[in-house]
Unconditional design. Structure first.
Ligand SMILES: Cc1cc2nc3c(=O)[nH]c(=O)nc-3n(C[C@H](O)[C@H](O)[C@H](O)COP(=O)(O)O)c2cc1C
Length: 424
C-alpha cells in the first residue's frame, strides 16, 4: 500500500487552482486586502474597523516596530519537514495563531461571528469570542464542534453579569478567559467621532448581553446613565436609528417597537458595560469563579506583568488594542521583550496589534511570544467573502508563516529565537 499523500500546501493549491482559472477569494497582500474591504464596506463600518485612537500614531507604531526588525535567514539546515505547531494550555495548535476578539462583526458581514467561528474551527485556529459579539457565544460554540474557543470579558459594572458571562463561557466549552483591561473607557476614536457613529447605540454588538438572563433581568431595574441623562432630539435620523436598533434586537420588530425593549437594552448596556474603577483587587473575584486559565489582555509594562503573576494569572496578552485606545502608546512588539523577561517563562505571553503576515508572526515568536492574535485582517476577509474568506485568510497566514520559518532555516517553532532577528 502506498503512503497517504500529504495534503496540498496552500501555496500549491493557489497555483494549481490558477491553472483552472480560479483566483484566491481575498487579496493576499495585506494592503490590497484592506483596500478591497474598504471599497466593499460602508464608510461607517470601515472607519470603525480600520480606525485607531487620535492621530493613529500607535496604529503606525505597531507596524513600524515590525519593520524595524528584520529576519536573518540561516542556510543549509534541513527544513524539509516543518512543524508550525505550538502547545498552549494543554492544546496543540496548528500554528502560533489565534483569532483576536473583535466586536460588532455584523458591520462586516451578516453572518458575523458565526462565519468566523466556522472558519476558525475549520482551520483549527482558536477563536476568542468577544464580549461585544454580534452573535451569542452559544450559537458560535454550537457551530464549532470540538474546535478550540476562548472567551474575552469586558468587566461590567455588574459583578452578577461578569459571573453569568463566565458561567456561560464555561458552558460553551471555552478553554480560557481573556480579561481585556485597556478598554474600561472607549478611546478617542477620531474616525468614528467624525462620522458621529457608534454601533452600540444602534443595538449592534450587544448580542452577549441581550441573550443573558442576568442582563435581561436587570432591565426591570435600569442603572442610571454614567454621564447623566442626555438631551433627546427627535428627527428623521433618530427615527431611522431607532428602527435600526429595533431590527438588531432579537424577536419580532413590531413587538419590539411596542415594548421599547431594544432601547431599554441599549441604555442598560451603555450604563453598565464597563467599570473604569477596576483594580488589581478585583481579580480574586474572577479567580474564585472559574478554574479556566485567565489571561490579561492589554499588558504593556513589565511591572504589570509581574503583578499579574502575583495574582495567579495564567497568561499575558501584550496588546494595545490595535492602536485603538491610547494614541502614542508603545508598540506591542517594542513592549514584548521586557514583558517576556519579567514573566521569565512562568506563563505564556501572547501578543497582538499589527500582525499582517507570516513574517510578523515569526518576529513576535522570535521575541518570545508563544502565539499571536490577528484582528483586522480577518474582519476584512469576512467583509469580502464571509466564512470562506476568513478560512482562506487564516490558512494564508499559517502558510506564509510556515514558509518564512523554513526559509529562515527553522524546522520548528522552538528553533525561532532572538538570534533570528536583526534591527534594521
Ligand atoms: C473592529 C474591532 C473591534 C474590536 N473589538 C474588541 C473586543 O470586543 N474585545 C477586545 O478585547 N478587543 C477588541 N479589539 C481588539 C482586538 O482584539 C486586537 O487587540 C486588535 O485588533 C489587534 O490588532 P490588529 O487589528 O492590528 O491585528 C477589536 C479590534 C477591532 C479592529
Amino acid at each position: 500500500m502506498s503512503a497517504p499523500r500529504p495534503p496540498l500546501s496552500r501555496q500549491s493549491e493557489v497555483y494549481l487552482e490558477g491553472m483552472a482559472g480560479k483566483k484566491p477569494l481575498v487579496p493576499i497582500h495585506p494592503r490590497r486586502l484592506e483596500e478591497a474591504a474598504r471599497r466593499k464596506m460602508t464608510p461607517e463600518a470601515y472607519a470603525y474597523v480600520a480606525g485607531g485612537a487620535g492621530a493613529e500614531a500607535t496604529v503606525q507604531a505597531n507596524r513600524a516596530a515590525f519593520e524595524r526588525r528584520r529576519i536573518v535567514p540561516r542556510m543549509l539546515r534541513d527544513v524539509s519537514a516543518r512543524d508550525t505547531s505550538v502547545e498552549l494550555f494543554g492544546r496543540t495548535l496548528p500554528a502560533p495563531l489565534l483569532a483576536a476578539p473583535v466586536g460588532v462583526l455584523e458591520l462586516a458581514h451578516p453572518e458575523a461571528d458565526l462565519a468566523v467561528a466556522r472558519a476558525a474551527a475549520e482551520a483549527g485556529v482558536p477563536m476568542v469570542f468577544s464580549s461585544q459579539a454580534s452573535v451569542a457565544m452559544e450559537a458560535c460554540a454550537a457551530a464549532m464542534g470540538a474546535a478550540p474557543r476562548w472567551f474575552q470579558l469586558y468587566w461590567s459594572r455588574s459583578d452578577a453579569l461578569v459571573e453569568s458571562f463566565v458561567r456561560r463561557a464555561e458552558g460553551c466549552g471555552c478553554e480560557a478567559v481573556v480579561v481585556t483591561l485597556d478598554t474600561t473607557l472607549l478611546g478617542w476614536r477620531t474616525r468614528d467621532l467624525e462620522l458621529a457613529y457608534l454601533p452600540f447605540l444602534r443595538g449592534k454588538g450587544i448580542a452577549q448581553y441581550v441573550s443573558d438572563p442576568v442582563f435581561l433581568a436587570s432591565l426591570a431595574d435600569p442603572a442610571p446613565p454614567p454621564g447623566g441623562a442626555a438631551k433627546r432630539t427627535v428627527n428623521l435620523h433618530t427615527l431611522g436609528a431607532f428602527a435600526e436598533l429595533t431590527r438588531a434586537h432579537p424577536g419580532s420588530f413590531w413587538k419590539n417597537v411596542r415594548s421599547k425593549a431594544p432601547l431599554a437594552a441599549v441604555q442598560q448596556f451603555i450604563a453598565t458595560y464597563s467599570r473604569p474603577s477596576l483594580t488589581w483587587d478585583d481579580l480574586p473575584f474572577l479567580r474564585a469563579r472559574t478554574k479556566l486559565p485567565i489571561l490579561l489582555k492589554g499588558i504593556l509594562h513589565p511591572d504589570d506583568a509581574r503583578r499579574a503573576l502575583d495574582h495567579g494569572i495564567d497568561g499575558i496578552i501584550v496588546s494595545n488594542h490595535g492602536g485603538r485606545q491610547v494614541d502614542g502608546s508603545i508598540a506591542t512588539l517594542d513592549a514584548l521583550p521586557a514583558v517576556v523577561a519579567a514573566v521569565d517563562g512562568r506563563v505564556p505571553v501572547l501578543m497582538d496589534s499589527g500582525i499582517r503576515g507570516g513574517a510578523d508572526i515569526f518576529k513576535a515568536v522570535a521575541l518570545g511570544a508563544r502565539a499571536v492574535l490577528v484582528g483586522r485582517p480577518y474582519v476584512y476577509a469576512l467583509a469580502l467573502a464571509g466564512r470562506a474568506g476568513v478560512h482562506e485568510l487564516l490558512r494564508n497566514l499559517v502558510a506564509d508563516f510556515e514558509l518564512t520559518m523554513g526559509l529562515a532555516g527553522c524546522a520548528s517553532v522552538s528553533e525561532i529565537n532572538a538570534e533570528c532577528l536583526a534591527e534594521a
